[in-house]
Design a protein around this ligand. Structure first.
Ligand SMILES: NC(=O)c1ccc[n+]([C@@H]2O[C@H](COP(=O)([O-])OP(=O)(O)OC[C@H]3O[C@@H](n4cnc5c(N)ncnc54)[C@H](O)[C@@H]3O)[C@@H](O)[C@H]2O)c1
Ligand SMILES: [Zn+2]
Length: 351
């Protein structure tokens, strides 16, 4: 078992990573549910795969478990699903000593966390991540929320889980492309802070990220969250590949998946600001089932950049790689970034 502690004072919690944890969940959850009632939240795909097992594990320990499910996919990360979860909690009814349990990927975790943050002005919740992305990224750090028609994550709260239980066996049923999405985030941690991690993953790690490597990713995210829980400074480094990545996702009409877009975003940043690492990064992406060719016009991507919600005034904060294992934040005028992108397009005809 790998355990990563997140020492946030009275909001401290542990991330536990071990094969077989799903069926042993009660051992770790029970002390955190004095009211002995839990609302299990899951999308329908994940619930069908693992809902019963988690319910049985908790029930055997004396916890009464109710469940609420919703259709899989980003479209469910909505106010409507959020309300459905709250109504289910009120029907139990969950009270102060009870808990929400998020069993699923980032969509489930973000929804459940936001419901937990606001139900009765905040009750506890636990995360059982079932995607690699959720295991190494979204389940840790306390950002929760839902989308509005006007944009992603426009409503939310900072609310830390009380426990994260990661059973890597659950990831075996993921579609390879979804696993690869998580690998893009793992490679991102390597480019940001850990050359050794990058070199372990660069030969290709599809369905092979170890518990140690998962824990290392969680530690790296934990460390930056501890420095900057509320996302004003250093936490922005986690946006490596994301500013341009989001623009790619958007201008593709979400045909390019998040991880694929983040990989392409990192690669573009490398080509623009640190060409020395671009070849190695491209090989690593390819080996991990992620694209290196963008089948979109960079001019379109540049246009989508102006809609980025993290943009303040006419400037944009980019995460610029300096070598594998080191990056810096750099504020640039949006117009300059757009020009750079268009010049890459002119030069390389990447599109
Ligand atoms: N809170 C944060 O800090 C943070 C960080 C990164 C991303 N996010 C959010 O996370 C979301 C993306 O998360 P995601 O990629 O996990 O998406 P997701 O939760 O939609 O899961 C992806 C798909 O995989 C399926 N699935 C999940 N686990 C499975 C399993 N074990 N076996 C088979 N199928 C499984 C789901 O049903 C879904 O169709 C986005 O909404 C993003 O905004 C949040
Ligand atoms: Zn991401």
């Amino acid at each position: 078992m790998q355990t990563v502690s997140v020492p946030l004072g009275e909001r401290a919690y542990d991330v536990r990573i071990a094969s077989g944890l799903l069926d042993r969940a009660a051992e770790y959850c029970l002390p955190l549910i004095p009211g002995k009632r839990a609302l299990l939240v899951s999308d329908q795909t994940v619930y069908a795969l693992y809902g019963q097992r988690l319910t049985e594990a908790l029930t055997a320990a004396g916890v009464r478990v109710a469940a609420v499910t919703f259709p899989p996919g980003e479209a469910s990360k909505s106010l409507a699903t959020y309300e459905k979860i709250l109504q289910a909690a009120a029907a139990v009814p969950l009270t102060g000593g009870d808990a929400f349990v998020a069993l699923g990927g980032g969509v489930t975790g973000d929804l459940t966390g936001f419901a937990a943050a606001t139900y009765h002005r905040g009750i506890r919740f636990m995360q059982v991540p079932t995607t690699l992305l959720a295991a190494v990224d979204s389940s840790v750090g306390g950002k929760t929320g839902v989308n509005l028609p006007a944009g992603k994550n426009l409503v939310g709260a900072f609310w830390q889980p009380r426990l994260v239980l990661c059973d890597p066996d659950l990831l075996q049923t993921l579609a390879p492309a979804r696993y690869a999405d998580g690998l893009a985030e793992c490679l991102k941690y390597g480019v940001l802070w850990d050359e050794a991690l990058f070199s372990q993953l660069e030969q290709g790690a599809l369905f092979r990220v170890t518990e140690e490597q998962t824990a290392r990713c969680v530690e790296l995210k934990r460390d930056v969250v501890l420095l900057d829980e509320r996302d004003g400074g250093q936490r922005q480094l986690l946006n490596l590949g994301h500013t341009i990545g989001h623009a790619i996702e958007q201008s593709s009409g979400y045909a390019v998946s998040h991880g694929a877009a983040v990989g392409l975003g990192m690669l573009l940043m490398a080509r623009l600001f640190c060409p020395a690492i671009a070849g190695r990064l491209a090989r690593a992406l390819e080996a991990n089932g992620l694209p290196t060719q963008l089948h979109l016009s960079l001019t379109q991507v540049a246009e989508a950049l102006t809609q980025d919600k993290k943009r303040v005034g006419g400037e944009i904060t980019l995460v610029v790689p300096q070598q594998i294992g080191q990056c810096e934040l750099r504020k640039l005028p949006v117009a300059e970034v757009q020009n750079l992108l268009c010049s890459v397009e002119a030069k390389e005809e990447m599109a």
